[in-house]
Every structure is written in structure tokens, then in C-alpha cells.
Design a protein around this ligand. Structure first.
Ligand SMILES: [Zn+2]
Length: 332
């Protein structure tokens, strides 16, 4: 079979080095001019063929990848082809596939199919859209802010994200007739708030990405939707600093507690706990509370370090001042 080379630049009436916006303008002008709805019945079939040709040319020249491939292969096209058999007649010779009901403007030429693959036309016939690749929907990334407390528990968490959704007006094609779709500005998708359930592991770190299969962007033609990647952002905590799987908290003690030792209260993610403060504790000493940190990959927990800070009472009375003076004398 001989496949006729299609000069897409000639179809749109632009030069080979025409910039993208010039190609777009030419396409819009020609698509308006040849739209089948604007022609009388006797001219509709001819206009429809022309309209298909214009759309196909634009499909290739508006896509940088397709255009590059076309430009590369174009000049050598005839050499790749077998000698032409006696030409057929009618529809076949024109090289367009028959469109289904209600899809009178769809269909790509054999030339397009040969150059860009079967996949280029399959979805087109199903959906009547212009961009026909039945490819997986795009992957989407969203941020999931989590408190340290929430990060401990793992399990299912209901969250709300702005998810890309197939544009309901143009069904993902990005076009309405010969114009760009007004609802999505030609993108083919819009963003809609969507409630999803994410299963969180017990092991969470800031910046970690969770993959939720099939929760990403929609595909246009029955292919699998993309995946959603949730990027975890651990929210700053007023009491704890994170260091790997360990946490750090400040334990404020009074001078006599630091000197004599005793039992003090330290905050943890699961509420305050009481620990023993050794006698003669200096400021800055780190007291380890095992297993009160964040979850580890192994299923264990990191540690909490209580860093001792020695404070003094906000108010003193006569008796306290007397005792401080005695301390000064005894200590010097
Ligand atoms: Zn749209």
C-alpha cells in the first residue's frame, strides 16, 4: 500500500519554520473557514474532509514531539514507500477512516497512523476527541500536612485534594468544535476538590512520598488513570524537634531539682510522662526516654530526648532570698 505524504505545512498554509503561535492562528482561521456546520449540505462532505485534514495537520504541528518527528521523516518519506499501485477511487483513496455516528469530523489519515502509530487513532474513534492516545493518565503530586501525633498512628486517613478531573465539557479533548474548550482553556482537565482515603504507614518522615495507585489524573480514552503521589509534610510542633526517628523536647527544672534530683514531668506525643532526674544534673544534659520517638521502618520507635534547662522561680520571697544567700555562702 502506498501512503501518500501529507504536507501539513501546506495544509495550514504556513512556512516550515513557522512559530507555534502562527500555526495556531492559521489553524483557527482555517478551521473556522472549513467547519462543516458552516457549509450547505452539498458541500458538507468536502468541508468535513478538509476539516479533518486541517485538524490532523494541527495535531502534528502543534505538538513539539510530533512536529520534530514529522520534520525528520518528511523528506525521506517517498524513499520509504513502495511504488504506487494504480490508484483506487473514492473514500479509500483519500486515506481517511470512516467515522462513526456523531463523529463526522474525526479520523486520521493512514499517513498519520503510520507515522504516529495505531494508538493515535483508536481513542479518537471511541471518544470523538482530537487527542487520541489511550495512555495512562498523568501522575499527580499533592502535599499532605501531618502533625507528629498523626504520623504515629498510620492507618487510613481521609483527606481532601484538588484533583485533576477530565473536563466534562470537552471530555478531555481540550476543544469544542474548532475552538479551544472554554471550560478548561484547551487543557482537557479541570481541578476539583476530591475526598480520598490514604493508607498511611506507621513510618512517616518529612518529605516522604506515598504512592496511591490510580488516584491521579484521568486518562482520556479508557486507559488506567495516573497515580497520586502524596508528599508528606510534617507540621512543626510547639514542643518537639524532629531528628530522624528521634524527638527532642525541653525539660525545664528548678535549681534545687537539678541539684538534689527527683522526679520531673516530660511531655511526649502521647501525653506527659514522669521520669527520674539524677542528682547533680547540669543544664543541657540529655535524658533519653526510649521508644517515645517517631515510628521506624522496622516497626520500632525512635527515642525522645529531654534536654534539661534550668530555670529560676519568677518571684522570690524573703525566705527564698535568705536561702539563696545561704547557698551563695555555702557554695563559695
Ligand atoms: Zn474542556
Amino acid at each position: 500500500m502506498t501512503i501518500e505524504f501529507k504536507d501539513y505545512y501546506a495544509v495550514l498554509g504556513v512556512k516550515k519554520d513557522a512559530p507555534a503561535d502562527e500555526i495556531k492562528q492559521a489553524y483557527r482561521r482555517m478551521a473556522r473557514q472549513h467547519h462543516p456546520d458552516l457549509h450547505l449540505d452539498k458541500d458538507k462532505a468536502r468541508a468535513a474532509d478538509k476539516f479533518k485534514e486541517i485538524n490532523e495537520a494541527y495535531e502534528v504541528l502543534s505538538d513539539p514531539d510530533k512536529r520534530a518527528k514529522y520534520d525528520q521523516i518528511g523528506p525521506g518519506w517517498d524513499a520509504l514507500q513502495e511504488p504506487a499501485p494504480p490508484s483506487g477511487a473514492g473514500e479509500e483513496r483519500r486515506g481517511y477512516h470512516q467515522a462513526g455516528p456523531g463523529e463526522s469530523f474525526s479520523g486520521f489519515s493512514d499517513f498519520f497512523e503510520t507515522l504516529f502509530g495505531e494508538a493515535g487513532t483508536r481513542g479518537f474513534a471511541e471518544g470523538g476527541d482530537f487527542k487520541g492516545d489511550p495512555r495512562k493518565g498523568p501522575d499527580v503530586e499533592a502535599e499532605l500536612p501531618l502533625s507528629l501525633e498523626d504520623s504515629l498512628h498510620g492507618g487510613d486517613k481521609k483527606i481532601s485534594i484538588l484533583a485533576p478531573t477530565l473536563c466534562s465539557l470537552c471530555r478531555g479533548s481540550g476543544r469544542r468544535g474548532n475552538c479551544f474548550c472554554p471550560a478548561c482553556a484547551g487543557v482537557g482537565e479541570t481541578r476539583q476538590e476530591k475526598s480520598i482515603t490514604a493508607h498511611l504507614p506507621g513510618f512517616i518522615r518529612d518529605g516522604m512520598r506515598l504512592r496511591l495507585q490510580g488516584q491521579g489524573g484521568p486518562s482520556t480514552h479508557g486507559a488506567a488513570p495516573g497515580d497520586l503521589f502524596l508528599r508528606i509534610r510534617l507540621l512543626p510542633h510547639p514542643l518537639f524537634k524532629v531528628s530522624g526517628s528521634d524527638l527532642e523536647a525541653v525539660a525545664t527544672v528548678m535549681p534545687w531539682e537539678a541539684s538534689l534530683g527527683g522526679v520531673i514531668t516530660v511531655p511526649t506525643l502521647e501525653g506527659p510522662v514522669r521520669i527520674r532526674l539524677p542528682a547533680g544534673t547540669h543544664a543541657g544534659r540529655r535524658l533519653r526516654i526510649a521508644g517515645k520517638g517517631l515510628g521506624k521502618e522496622s516497626g520500632a520507635r525512635g527515642d525522645l530526648h529531654a534536654v534539661v534547662r534550668i530555670d529560676i522561680p519568677g518571684h522570690t520571697n524573703e525566705r527564698m532570698e535568705k536561702l539563696y544567700r545561704e547557698l551563695r555562702e555555702a557554695g563559695s
